[in-house]
Design a protein around this ligand. Sequence first.
Ligand code: GUN
Length: 296
Amino acid sequence: MGAQLIDGKVVAKNVRQRLVPRIEALKARGVTPGLAAVLVGGDPASETYVRSKARACDKLGLYSEVIRKSADLAQQQLLDIVRELNDDDRIHGILVQSPLPSQIDEPTVTLAIRPEKDVDGFHPHNVGMLLIGRPQLIPCTPHGIIRLLEYYEIDPSGREVVVVGRSNIVGKPVAALLMQKTHMANATVTVVHSRSRDLPQIVRRAEIVIAAIGRPRTITSDMIREGAVIIDVGVNRVEDPSAEKGYRLVGDVDFEACREKASFISPVPGGVGPMTIAMLMENTVTAAESITAMPK
Ligand code: GUN
């Protein structure tokens, strides 16, 4: 028997629908939530992401700006852009799309973003608040994963979760969220990565596997325990001459083989991806609510 599919499009729609009354309430008091995305250079995947973020804003009636700069932008110029956005009252969320060109030091840019506008949840203030159990703006992909589990009534409490990958964007924050002493958490979390001595053996213990490695089809069916839940965060372009664009997207999981052993599995595309954007919309609304509630 094959696993049940975790449909990110359905859950993302549910997240967006629940934002509608919050957006209406903000607009009723003269506030339109606004998101600014800064794109440096012409990375095609980043261009696609930024375009879908702007489209998602339009559909919900949010204000959005995309600031495109050439790949030779100096770090100081980028910092100046961020500081202007920090002071811009139309903007409640600021996102600097990564990867950035090598002359730019990403942590310095992240630190320059006002934490209340850090809708990526990457600023050390937001990372720290999450770690001490007082989350404010939570990174979008990890938060989206929790919402997927919640929608399908997969409670991680007391369960063995193995996170594969230790990035600042997904691996570390999703591990932090799942180990919190709160609803949809309380898991026993193990993080494995490229230097783990016996990765397959550890993944085999997992009741929930979160694959965020960034390498196509790394998780194979021999690593999957019977009945496990699999969340695939990978978005990898692999060449495919038969596809219109010459490539197709695959996850970090060998989907066809693993779905035979799993109880639930998220596909790529259509699993985690739509959730990331929906949670970005939610963070933008949350940021607009908290910024406009603050005395100036
Ligand atoms: N690049 C890939 N994913 C992300 C993300 O979630 N936020 C930003 N800013 N850049 C990314």
